[in-house]
Design a protein around this ligand. Sequence first.
Ligand SMILES: [Zn+2]
Length: 200
Amino acid sequence: MNSRTTLSRPGIIAAVAVTMLMALVVGTLVFLGQQSSAVASPPVTREELTEADGVVREEEALSVFDETPAVSNLDPALLEAVRAAAVAAEQDGVPMHVNSGWRSAAYQQVLQQDAVEEYGSAEEAARWVATPENSEHVSGDAVDLGPLPAQDWLAQRGAEFGLCQIYANERWHFELRPAAVANGCPMMYDNPTSDPRTQR
Ligand SMILES: [Zn+2]
């Protein structure tokens, strides 16, 4: 009898049992891995964030032509519109800069955590700060522009470039609405909680 190719009956049972046990262990590990990544990304602290997350240091007036990730990771069409508007505003003697642009999900998560602390509840925080899942900043489709005179200029002329204020309570937050060039900007939402996109 060749013991390498022929297993005794107890041997076969043991081999099947070991195989089943291993499959169970591997399956459990995969399941737990999926669970932990689905529940929440690990907590991030502000100190861990860098420019690569889209952080804009508050003391700097960031040019719309800068190549830092906060600017360069914006949707190309939005960035093109912002740059064209900034050139036109500059010609009117109104400097424009980026207060915040593209953000990593980790950065948005920190902002959301801060807002929950500041406003006392997730519901109230949602009026001001989106979650990483629904933020237009994380997808690169929103940019916060300043200073105040630039926001006033955009309120007057932003639509010419397809740049629209979306939320009545966020005069700095602009998104691209290409139809605005012909039709003007759509009605604003009172705040992000009235935006169907934040319900998804
Ligand atoms: Zn914004």
